[in-house]
Design a protein. Structure first.
Length: 339
């Protein structure tokens, strides 16, 4: 264990601690004032901290500002859907738009991790939380606060250092996005976006039709596996991602089988997010071992639903999502004429 920790660069340890503070402080503060019902918004805004891993400080701050703004927008849209009590068909349209926008933004900004998974997660979980129009500004403010704290910590911790890549200004996120988008293979990107959208929607609709609890995890599983579609080592990466996704749900099943209280659940979320930050640049499959319990814990943080049926549903949804992703990747690669 000591040797394993010694092999982790100091940069990654600092990043994990930064994530722990960015996630832990808002959740503990909300718990202390008895407003844990708002914790999910703060936690999801704080997911901005996961973006820009291994980027120079200035570029990482820029990535987190853009990702944070997108996550807060997803929170606002999902809350508006819930407050309007709109039909599921409307959520399906919002889900398709979210996948298209997040996939394009992530590809152009060249984020690690890819953006679809977390935007889909935020949209579907918050859309399922009953809310009202008068609560909308508060939820958005708390989500924005979580994102702002993440960006602030990223800037403060790196403000006194210069890293390779910081000397040359990026020209702002618009220029960076434009340059990244111009460099995309438009035909391939179109196939990737269509495949991701159809795969996510198929998994979500199947989970709805089968009556599997609150079926966000099937769609999130597909979104997590889509980055492997056009990779040269697709089957090795897909295997890692599948095992990571299913294994992560298994880890969550173990952790939450003890029915953790509020503080214990917050501690699990903090540790998992810090561990995911360290793992994400090395092996996305390993990172999913931590992302899965992180996401599942966040989804139940303010609801307090019984864990056992929730985890059974998540296992079924993960299997369904994995199958849908596998078929999507096979068909997508045939369309792209990739062996």
């Amino acid at each position: 264990m000591r040797r394993l920790l010694a092999d982790i660069p100091r940069h990654d340890i600092e990043a994990a601690l930064r994530v722990a503070v960015a996630v832990g402080v808002p959740l503990l503060a909300l718990d202390a004032i008895g407003r844990l019902d708002l914790a999910v918004y703060a936690a999801f805004g704080g997911l901005a901290m996961l973006y820009g891993h291994s980027e120079p400080v200035k570029k990482r701050v820029e990535s987190q500002i853009v990702a944070g703004a997108g996550l807060v927008l997803a929170i606002a849209v999902a809350m508006a859907y819930s407050a309007a009590q709109a039909p599921p068909a409307v959520l399906g349209v919002l889900l398709a738009v979210t996948v298209i926008a997040a996939a394009t933004l992530g590809a152009a900004m060249r984020w690690v991790p890819r953006g679809e998974m977390f935007f889909v997660l935020v949209l579907l979980i918050i859309a399922n939380i009953p809310t009202s129009w008068d609560r909308l500004p508060l939820g958005i403010a708390v989500g924005a606060g979580g994102a702002a704290l993440s960006v602030l910590l990223a800037w403060l911790i790196g403000a006194d250092r210069t890293e390779p890549g910081d000397e040359a200004p990026s020209g702002g996120w618009r220029r960076r996005f434009a340059a990244g988008y111009a460099a995309l293979d438009r035909g391939q990107h179109l196939v990737l976006v269509v495949a991701a959208t159809l795969g996510v929607l198929t998994a979500w609709v199947l989970a709805l039709a089968l009556g599997v609890g609150n079926p966000f995890w099937a769609a999130v599983t597909v979104a997590a596996l889509m980055p492997a579609l056009a990779a040269a080592d697709v089957w090795r990466r897909l295997l890692h991602l599948m095992l990571g996704t299913l294994g992560g749900v298994g880890v969550a099943t173990f952790l939450f089988s003890f029915n953790p209280g509020h503080l214990a659940l917050i501690a699990i979320i903090i540790v998992c997010q810090g561990a995911a930050e360290i793992a994400v640049s090395r092996n996305y499959g390993v990172a999913l071992l931590f992302f899965s319990p992180l996401a599942i814990g966040m989804s139940n943080l303010s609801r307090g639903a019984p864990w056992q049926p929730l985890l059974v549903d998540r296992l079924a949804e993960a299997a369904l999502g994995t199958a849908a992703a596998f078929l999507t990747i096979v068909v997508g690669r045939r369309v792209l004429k990739i062996a």
